[in-house]
Design a protein around this ligand. Structure first.
Ligand code: DAH
Length: 339
């Protein structure tokens, strides 16, 4: 068989294979079989020696053409296959599917409760003030008329620092700071963390939160205190909530009162949470004691005021039926995600 004929056969064999089912043709194997170092085209080149010298140039040209033809055909098929692969991958992306949601954080339940209170009192004209958690003994106790022999000043109840400061046991010292820093009138709430040296249990913690309230001006009355707290409780707990003011004692208010609300779980009928009384104790309040005004440099003959202090954890425990105060601080996401 002449070499030219062999070249024609190689070409025909190549294109036959290439025209088979495109999905099944292995282009890389075909390239090796025909254009590889030991492939069919290379074998033809090796046989050049057998060609008569005067025909050699023309034969060489034919082989070069063949090589180029096959190379181009393969390249074309390869890029077509690549384009097709790309478009089927693209087709796999379904743009109508919902996106992958990244988990959004929420506010801690205590922060939410604080923000709710700030919001309600904000609408009643109260601004927000804050003070440090490490406080002087004077502001935490003395200025609030808590005398040196008061049991609250005992090591058992209070964390003292080596520098002679205390971890504030209530938010009331922020009242003192506020009055020291500006003249009356004042209408503020003071949210924050407080500390007591208590054994941690399901019902009490060594750290918890309070919101303090203070309104000082000329002729502020107990009636205004009642009205404000009633409005707050209706917004915060329940529209139909009832308030009960019980006479009490705090060194920094005179007269003083503790406030119960009708149980918002049983609506006063009596249940396990309110211990069958129909009432829940939620805050302390009263008219600012003249001794406190004197301590901060206000004239008790010219101003009067009311103050109140409300805990955050206890109402939240009651509101959501949480059985253990420690759950607030364990950072268990299964708990936190419920709010
Ligand atoms: N400071 C009190 C406490 O920690 C709460 C309190 C009671 C604050 C009466 C007040 C108040 O401002 O008038 O238990």
């Amino acid at each position: 068989m002449s070499l030219l004929k062999k070249a024609d056969e190689v070409r025909a064999g190549f294109f036959n294979t290439l025209q088979e089912d495109p999905a099944r043709v292995d282009l890389e194997a075909l390239r090796i079989e025909y254009l590889g170092r030991k492939g069919k085209v290379a074998t033809l080149f090796k046989q050049m020696g057998q060609v008569a010298p005067e025909e050699r140039a023309a034969f060489g040209q034919t082989l070069n053409q063949l090589k180029q033809e096959l190379t181009e055909a393969l390249d074309e098929r390869e890029s077509a296959a690549a384009a097709e692969k790309h478009s089927t991958e693209e087709a796999k992306i379904d743009l109508t599917l919902p996106g992958i949601a990244s988990p959004a954080g929420t506010y801690h339940i205590i922060t939410q409760s604080l923000n709710d209170m700030i919001d309600i009192f904000g609408r009643l004209g109260f601004s927000v003030a804050e003070g440090p958690e490490v406080e002087s003994e004077w502001r935490n106790f003395d200025a609030l008329n808590i005398l040196p022999d008061h049991p609250a000043r005992d090591m058992q109840d209070t964390f003292f620092t080596k520098s002679g400061h205390v971890l504030r046991t209530h938010t009331s010292p922020v009242q003192v700071r506020l009055m020291q820093s500006q003249p009356p009138p004042i209408r503020s709430i003071m949210p924050g963390k407080v500390y007591r040296n208590e054994a941690v249990s399901a019902r009490s913690h060594a750290m918890f939160h309070q919101v303090e309230g203070l309104y000082v001006d000329k002729r502020v009355t107990f009636g205004e205190l009642k009205g404000t707290l009633e409005l707050f409780c209706r917004e915060y707990f329940d529209e139909d909530v009832k308030l009960r003011f019980r006479p009490s004692f705090f060194p920094f208010t005179e007269p003083s009162s503790e406030v119960d609300i009708s149980c918002f779980l049983c609506h006063g009928k009596g249940c396990r949470i309110c211990k069958q009384t129909g009432w829940l104790e939620i805050l302390g309040c009263g008219m600012v004691d003249p001794a406190v005004f004197e301590a901060v440099g206000y004239d008790p003959d010219k101003v009067t005021g009311y103050a109140f202090g409300i805990g955050i954890e206890r109402p939240a425990l009651l509101r959501y039926g949480i059985p253990d105060i420690r759950m607030f601080y364990e950072n268990d996401l299964r708990f936190l995600r419920q709010f």
